[in-house]
Design a binder for this molecule. Structure first.
Ligand SMILES: [Cu+2]
Length: 139
């Protein structure tokens, strides 16, 4: 008799509700993921809310962030914080006009103002250390 008890309990209304809830929950998660991907062009990571200013830190030959989202057609101010003593870094955005800050030994703070008119994904890097790179999404 105990053999049949388990399938029966598995079909109680409570467990059916739970299953329906889980199905709804996973649907909501899928919907959120779709929404997140909706504004992404497929290159690089997920696109966040666009910011008009951001700070990027260079430390131990690495950037602290590898993705930034900015509004297209709007001037953006980047603060570059080079924390590497006696090591030159700069921020070079491979977009129209080739905006970049000068290579400067740390520790130093720089400001780079740039505008990306054409929405899309653009690489950025440090000219002295090309492995220090990331993606700017203009949306
Ligand atoms: Cu560098």
């Amino acid at each position: 008799m105990t053999l049949f008890e388990e399938p029966l309990t598995a079909l109680t209304p409570a467990s059916l509700d739970r299953r329906r809830f889980l199905r709804l929950a996973s649907g909501a998660v899928a919907g959120a993921l779709l929404a997140a991907c909706g504004s992404d062009d497929g290159a690089g990571g997920p696109v966040g809310d666009p910011v008009r200013e951001f700070t990027i830190v260079a430390e131990n030959l690495a950037w602290d962030i590898d993705t930034v989202t900015v509004p297209a057609g709007v001037e953006v101010t980047a603060t570059i914080e080079n924390r590497d003593r006696s090591v030159p870094h700069n921020l070079h955005i491979r977009s129209e006009g080739d905006p970049k800050s000068p290579l400067e030994d740390g520790p130093v703070n720089q400001t780079l103002r740039f505008t990306i008119d054409e929405p899309g994904s653009y690489d950025y890097l440090c000219d002295a250390h090309p492995m220090m790179k990331g993606t700017i999404h203009a949306v």
